[in-house]
Write a protein that binds this ligand. Structure first.
Ligand code: ADP
Ligand code: ZN
Ligand code: ZN
Length: 731
């Protein structure tokens, strides 16, 4: 009889002891089913010992140990331990959050060995190779096509056959029966399809690849700062090739919205025989487990994934790439509030391997680290395709009350593009704005009854919706204050802009792309296809459009409401705006058509726009960093935010205040600010308060957080939920 220390998905930072009769050290890292109060829970075994602090006969026996998958390795368990300590989060929640949902179930995973080791390959027999397709009847179109393709290509995979026609697989068996075709199963890794051609690297690309590849055997962080279209992906591909050649696995992290089938295809095409899996939340549960297990067994050599895949077990990890490293989606905003980029850096260090952070607009944290030499810096300053020049940026001064939000010069430019059969993108910065319902008589604005947010007007359905808590209701007919029946929609919504443009440019085919029109990833893909098929003249949309997509025919980008970010209370708002504008600007003029970006603003002389005009990230970053240094903001300081919420405002406020009182005597070299309501003080009927702690070094902040957290745990916190957000990206 021995004792298993089990991590469970319970908000207490400790393990639970269970009796196990058949466990050995080999079971550390395995899933286990245990009784917990009157439930059965799946947990992970973190240790197997002979003794417990409790009398052995007081321990409940574990129900079963799952030996259906490999145990989580020691390295990964150390990553969890790091997250527990650094983010001050209960160990069981850290671990269970990192497992794909399919492995958190009480059912074992049966025979799911992932990305099949063997691939079915079809080729021609000797008779097939010399078969004359003109001897087939004229209507045998698919058969003819199959044989012709095979005669040129040599071989086809099952999925390639299926892509030819829905009947192709059935016809293939007929041809096999006729002795023309050979079906065989071959190991995936000897599959020889021709890899996509490697372009000749630009000097910058070459320098980056050479330098990073030279450090392939040691831990180092490289910031790959390359303008949009400079060919960062090609740099990643060459480095992946280096890692593969050394028998190593590569983890590529990308923001959710960038993990498109196109990107997966780019990697597959370059390494056709190499098993590759993707990991993201849109996969079916079983598929996600399969991909995870393929990574864990070492079978998958390339893993392409979103934030959560940073916790994938990778026994031969040799390289990590984080694309668009500045992207906010790498930071989880609830539960374990981790930064996948930072955890990735930890893993690289742990494995003594290189990590590459790529971006056209690096986070100021990473940029600063590169400036002070903590990260290496590699720059790609020119576009990879020589003919593609950077778009010109023109500022359109507007006063704050431009009628429907589209100025005359922008409308004229849209008209021009329409006449020339070129596409335009009308971009709306969603930050800090939303169309609202207003009473022009008394100034009343319709707010959410559960939040401190204003309700967003959806004019077409005449409904109001809260984007924070989801509340939805019909727009009221009268002002509840003064009874006025003439309520107006104000503010620029994508929908209002779309309607207005449809009236102004009746011949234009307008497509609106935002959270309301795009319900799924598949829908976004189909929208993008319509743009590529020149089915659309004007795209109207939010940041969804800004990322990762190439629209070679777009020659005009109009940005309508950049200004709201300039007076935001969030000190990162300008950084985010600049990144977004650089990115949308990058959508224009990629091919041989020169692009133009028009930005409507009431502050045309603002330094942010000056830097944008020159496509000069360094200039912008320099100014921002100087401001941050003067104000003692990150990256010059490190922050942690206590977030408190409760249905009772008083309870949340009181808890936050007492937290501040507790914090102050503990704070050595740590500045503790005052308890304040969160910028959005109420969401879904819950009041939110917060408290900021800040230090010039993590070495000061971390011990403080440990001590503070311990005391917070002891604070009676009925009706209150709280969490510590380390390195918060939204204050
Ligand atoms: P980024 O990710 O830096 O925005 P991409 O990787 O999308 O840029 O590259 C932009 C385009 O340039 C792609 O179509 C890519 O195939 C092409 N490209 C990249 N490197 C080269 C090269 N060395 N020679 C020619 N074309 C290249
Ligand atoms: Zn009114
Ligand atoms: Zn609400």
């Amino acid at each position: 009889m021995s004792v298993a220390k089990v991590a469970l998905d319970i908000p207490l930072d400790r393990c639970f002891d269970y009796q196990v009769s058949d466990a050995t050290q080999q079971d550390i890292g395995r899933r286990v089913l245990v009784p917990f109060s009157n439930r059965k829970l799946v947990g992970v075994i973190l240790d197997v010992r002979e003794t417990s602090d409790l009398p052995l006969n007081k321990l409940k026996p574990a129900i079963k140990i799952y030996r259906d998958a490999l145990p989580l390795d020691k390295g990964l368990l150390a990553v969890f331990e790091f997250c527990r300590n650094y983010y001050h989060h209960p160990i069981g929640e850290v671990i269970m959050n990192a497992l794909p949902p399919g492995l958190r179930r009480t059912k074992p995973v049966f025979g799911k060995t992932a990305a099949s080791k063997f691939v079915e390959i079809f080729s021609l027999t000797a008779a097939g190779k010399i078969f004359d397709i003109t001897t087939l009847p004229g209507r045998a179109i698919v058969k003819k096509k199959l044989i012709t393709v095979l005669q040129t290509n040599g071989q086809l995979r099952r999925d390639e056959v299926a892509a030819i026609s829905s009947r192709a697989l059935r016809l293939l068996s007929e041809l096999a029966a006729e002795g023309l075709i050979l079906a065989e199963k071959v190991p995936a890794d000897i599959l020889s399809t021709t890899p996509s051609a490697e372009p000749v690297l630009s000097n910058d690309q070459n320098a980056a690849v050479t330098s990073i590849a030279a450090g392939i055997d040691s831990f180092n962080v490289t910031l790959l700062h390359g303008i949009t279209g400079s060919g960062k992906t090609e740099v990643y591909l060459r480095l992946v090739a280096t890692a593969l050649a050394r028998g190593k696995q590569t983890l590529v992290l990308v923001p959710e919205i960038n993990l498109t089938p196109q990107l997966e295809a780019v990697f597959r095409a370059r390494f056709p025989g190499v098993p590759q899996v993707s990991l993201h939340s849109h996969l079916a549960e079983g598929e996600r487990v399969n991909h995870y297990l393929a990574a864990q067994s070492g079978e998958a050599r390339i893993v392409l994934g979103t934030r959560l895949s940073v916790f994938t077990p990778l026994p031969q990890l040799g390289l990590i790439v984080v694309d668009e490293e500045h992207d906010g989606s790498f930071k989880q905003q609830d539960g374990l509030r981790y930064s996948a980029r930072d955890v990735a850096i930890y893993r690289a260090q742990q494995n003594a391997i290189p990590i590459v952070l790529g971006s056209a607009t690096p986070s100021l944290e990473s940029y600063h680290n590169a400036k002070i030499g903590r990260f290496r810096l590699q720059r790609l300053d020119t576009r990879a395709v020589a003919s593609a020049s950077l778009p010109t940026v023109r500022l359109i001064p507007v006063n704050k009350k431009t009628d429907e939000g589209v100025s005359e010069p922008v409308l004229t430019a849209l008209r021009q593009r329409l006449e020339q059969n070129q596409q335009s993108l009308v971009f709306i910065n969603r930050r800090g704005y939303a169309p609202a319902l207003l009473c022009p008589q008394c100034g009343w604005i319709c707010g959410c009854s559960r939040c401190s947010a204003k309700l967003t007007l959806h004019a077409r359905k005449n409904r109001l919706r809260c984007h924070y808590c989801g509340l939805e209701m019909a727009a009221p007919a009268h002002c509840p204050h003064c009874g006025n029946a003439d309520l107006r929609g104000v503010g620029q919504g994508t929908q209002r802009i779309e309607t207005w443009l449809t009236n102004q440019l009746p011949t234009a085919r307008i497509l609106r792309v935002d959270r309301d029109t795009v319900a799924s990833k598949a829908q976004l893909t189909s929208f993008i296809e319509r743009v590529h098929a020149a089915d659309v003249d004007i795209l109207v949309g939010t940041q969804m459009l800004a990322k990762g997509h190439d629209f070679p025919n777009i020659t005009l980008v109009a940005v309508l409401n950049a200004d709201s970010s300039l007076y935001s209370s969030d000190f990162r708002a300008e950084e985010k705006l600049f990144a977004q504008l650089m990115q949308v600007a990058g959508r224009a003029g990629r091919a041989d058509l020169p692009g133009e970006v028009l930005v409507q603003t009431a502050f045309p002389d603002h330094p942010l726009f000056e830097a944008l005009k020159r496509h000069n990230f360094a200039e912008f970053a320099h100014a921002q960093l100087q401001m941050r240094q003067e104000a003692q903001f990150p990256p010059y300081t490190f922050q942690a935010l206590l977030r408190v919420e409760s249905v009772h405002d008083e309870a949340a406020r009181e808890f936050t205040r007492r937290s501040a009182d507790i914090a102050k005597p503990l704070a050595k070299n740590v500045r503790v600010f005052d308890a304040v309501p969160a910028p959005i003080a109420r969401i879904a009927g819950r009041s939110r308060w917060q408290l900021l702690a800040q230090a010039v070094s993590r070495n000061h902040l971390q011990p403080f957080l440990h001590a503070w957290r311990e005391q917070l745990e002891a604070l009676s916190a009925r009706e209150v939920r709280w969490a510590i957000d380390v390195d918060p990206i939204e204050l």
